[in-house]
Design a protein around this ligand. Structure first.
Ligand SMILES: Cc1cc2nc3c(=O)[nH]c(=O)nc-3n(C[C@H](O)[C@H](O)[C@H](O)COP(=O)(O)O)c2cc1C
Length: 319
């Protein structure tokens, strides 16, 4: 297994937690770190909102030492605010700044940000040049393979990124039009890795040893990034690390352990947001924990009516 270095930052492995809005907040990142993630990412935050001093946005970038190294992700299409936001991220104490060029959501595209920028190489280059000049911390980017199926803009964007001084590129190997479903395009990913001089990380549909290997066996692929497959399944990082070191498959975590994480997650969430908001936010994330349980729909329904940590813990006992 390769040791991965991002600028001056040495990661303990090359298995990363993907940034996910509404999911990879501080409580989830703490658990992913405990599960062995080599690097965790914050949710994406709006560069403009950061610059305007929006408190809610700033809270999304709360970082604890125990989760380091942490990459904070920003999105935006306005060069000035991206540069100013980069300084704010540095001052908050993020180890790495990541720029989002992969989000396909309409609202983000309308703001001229996320995956939409992949169609404007000049603007990508301008944003990256200025952001790199603005701060000393390593800058990374996360991109899509392209906007539409069959399109592969990644090699060109990676070239631009290298020229601008970007230290790592994570490639979500699904076209933006595909959202988060369907198979990753591994051929296009191989083309993206070919000749790259900075670490290229593969992402999309990784849930086990086979799906991880499909990326890692690509020549010049430096690591993998796991999104939904890690939620409620934090030992996936240590399991895969062990597999890449020894070739031995470690069985997935038993249900008992998942229930323990869910309980811990609710505790972290209520600590961080206060009881009411913390439990409301658990509704969305709990779905990932119970999705393989036979009575998942019923449990989800019950979770949606719960407002206190005590009731949440009572419900967990019945799972
Ligand atoms: C709910 C959700 C929120 C996401 N939010 C972000 C985000 O804030 N920034 C980003 O770069 N990607 C975001 N993504 C994309 C993920 O980082 C990842 O690329 C995608 O889920 C594919 O990986 P997976 O198949 O392992 O889940 C999000 C995905 C999901 C499902």
């Amino acid at each position: 297994m390769n040791k991965l270095t991002v600028g001056h930052i040495k990661l303990k492995n090359n298995i990363l937690l993907a940034p996910m809005a509404g999911l990879t907040d501080l409580p989830l990142r703490r658990l992913a770190k405990q599960g062995g993630a080599g690097l965790v990412y914050t949710e994406m935050v709006s560069a403009k909102a950061l610059v305007y001093g929006d408190e809610k946005t700033k809270k999304l970038l709360t970082i604890l030492d125990e989760e380091r190294p942490v990459a904070a992700q920003i999105f935006g299409g306005d060069i000035r605010s991206m540069s100013e936001a980069a300084k704010i991220v540095r001052d908050i104490g993020a180890d790495i700044l990541d720029v989002n060029f992969g989000c396909p959501v309409r609202k983000i595209a309308k703001a001229g940000a996320g995956a939409k920028l992949l169609a404007n190489e000049k603007l990508v280059s301008k944003i990256l040049e200025l952001v790199v000049k603005s701060v000393e911390i390593p800058i990374t980017i996360k991109i899509r393979i392209g906007l539409l199926p069959g399109q592969n803009v990644a090699p060109e964007i990676i070239k631009i990124a290298q020229e601008c001084g970007i230290k790592m590129v994570a490639v979500h190997a699904r076209p933006a039009s595909q959202g988060h479903s369907g198979a990753p395009d591994l051929n296009a990913f191989a083309q993206a890795c070919n000749g790259a001089k900075i670490p290229i990380i593969g992402n999309g549909g990784i849930v086990d040893e086979e799906t991880a290997l499909a990326f890692l066996e690509t020549p010049n692929c430096s690591g993998i990034m796991i999104g939904r497959g890690a939620v409620g399944n934090y030992s996936i990082f240590k399991r895969l690390e062990e597999f890449f070191k020894t070739g031995v498959k470690v069985p997935p975590a038993p249900k008992k352990e998942k229930v323990k994480w869910l309980k811990q997650h609710a505790l972290y969430s209520t600590e961080f947001y206060g009881e009411k908001k913390g439990i409301v936010l658990m509704r969305k994330v709990a779905r990932y924990y119970v999705k393989d349980t036979p009575n998942a729909a019923k449990i989800r329904e019950k979770i949606n009516s719960i407002t206190t940590l005590e009731d949440f813990n009572e419900l967990i006992k019945t799972i």
